[in-house]
Design a protein around this ligand. Structure first.
Ligand SMILES: [Zn+2]
Ligand SMILES: [Zn+2]
Length: 348
């Protein structure tokens, strides 16, 4: 029988409805958009891809690079050419977002919120070669990617006007990607987004009443229960959350209490690269043509959340499109119980 699950911490609501999996073509091969018609062999570049080595003029100049011994770049960070904010990164804003160009007319001041948002929108180009999946890059390269996430977040957290940073990856068109070459994005904002603020308020309240980090408590309970655990070793735990929004959603967290991802030690980041590589391979083996969002959530910079917040990576496979119920009511439908998903991933 379908059941409504509500996650107390995040406030998310999910209808776990296993019968929905019986619909035709739900997991059928071919029902997913093909990632690319022209996959280049490993170590090769495509002349048509703006993120491949040799096509650097197709992007704004890099604001950060990691290079090999010969001076060739292995990873580049460039300002997003089409930023969602008034970009503080690089020269930025070459393609607009100057809100003065879009005056909102006809509404009273109360309704009209078109304030320029000075923030950061960067693209992390994760390989000079044309790879389309994070599992195609080597584990050492995956560590370099994770190190770049931490380096750029540390860079922007020093800027007083910014109070929240998020790194995310859209893998596949269903997840919102428009280019196939492996890349992630970093957004830094001068405000804490409402859904994040609501979660932090609950976590801070839990800390006040229970004198413990809510996320540490959640980890303890999941480890004791065991049925939703996917991986638990080497200082990290991965589990399918109780109210998973989509089939096979996985949260990856450090077992020790850590609020800020960007302050993690080198050895922790190296370990994380190994585990993330393994988790993505597991997901790819369970879900053909995996498309997903990777969300890296770290403590906001606005205040001191060291005690109450705990960083995590969410891997959110995009199997079902967001439809009317999700858009109208914020209630998601998930046809695969997280306990079953965790079992599949453990044995993958
Ligand atoms: Zn490419
Ligand atoms: Zn904690």
């Amino acid at each position: 029988m379908p059941e409504l699950r509500t996650d107390w911490l995040t406030g998310r609501s999910v209808l776990v409805a296993e019968n929905r999996a019986l619909r035709p073509n739900e997991f059928a091969e071919g029902s997913f958009a093909v990632l690319s018609a022209s996959i280049a062999p490993l170590g090769r570049t495509l002349s048509t891809c703006p993120f491949c080595a040799g096509n650097e003029s197709c992007t704004p100049p890099a604001v950060y690079e990691q290079c090999d011994g010969d001076g060739n770049w292995r990873l580049r960070v460039v300002p997003n050419a089409f930023p969602a904010v008034f970009n503080l990164s690089g020269a930025g804003n070459a393609n607009g977002t100057d809100t003065a160009a879009f005056p909102a007319v006809g509404l009273s001041e109360k309704w009209q919120l078109n304030i320029p948002i000075p923030g950061v929108h960067e693209v992390i180009i994760e390989s000079p070669f044309h790879a389309e999946r994070m599992t195609e890059v080597s584990q050492p390269q995956l560590y370099e990617i994770i190190r770049a996430y931490a380096t750029r977040l540390r860079h922007w957290r020093e800027r007083e006007s910014l109070c929240y940073g998020l790194v995310f990856k859209n893998q596949g068109s269903k997840a919102g990607a428009s280019l196939t070459h492996v890349h992630s994005q970093l957004i830094a904002l001068p405000f804490i987004p409402p859904s994040v603020e609501a979660e932090i308020r609950r976590a801070a309240h839990f800390f006040e009443t229970d004198e413990k980090c809510a996320y540490c408590d959640l980890i303890d309970q999941e480890r004791t229960l065991g049925s939703r655990i996917v991986f638990d070793a080497d200082g990290f735990v991965a589990f399918c959350p109780f109210a998973s929004l989509q089939p096979h959603e996985v949260w990856l967290m450090p077992c020790e209490h850590r609020a800020s991802f960007e302050l993690a030690s080198t050895s922790d980041l190296k370990q994380l690269a190994v585990i993330l590589h393994r988790l993505l391979a597991k997901l790819e083996s369970v879900i053909p043509h995996l498309q997903y969002n990777l969300l890296l959530r770290t403590a906001p910079w606005a205040d001191n959340y060291d005690a109450a917040y705990h960083w995590r990576i969410e891997l959110l496979p995009r199997v079902n499109s967001l439809a009317g119920l999700e858009m109208a009511a914020g209630v998601h439908i998930n046809p695969v119980p997280p306990e079953k998903a965790a079992l599949q991933l453990r044995s993958a």
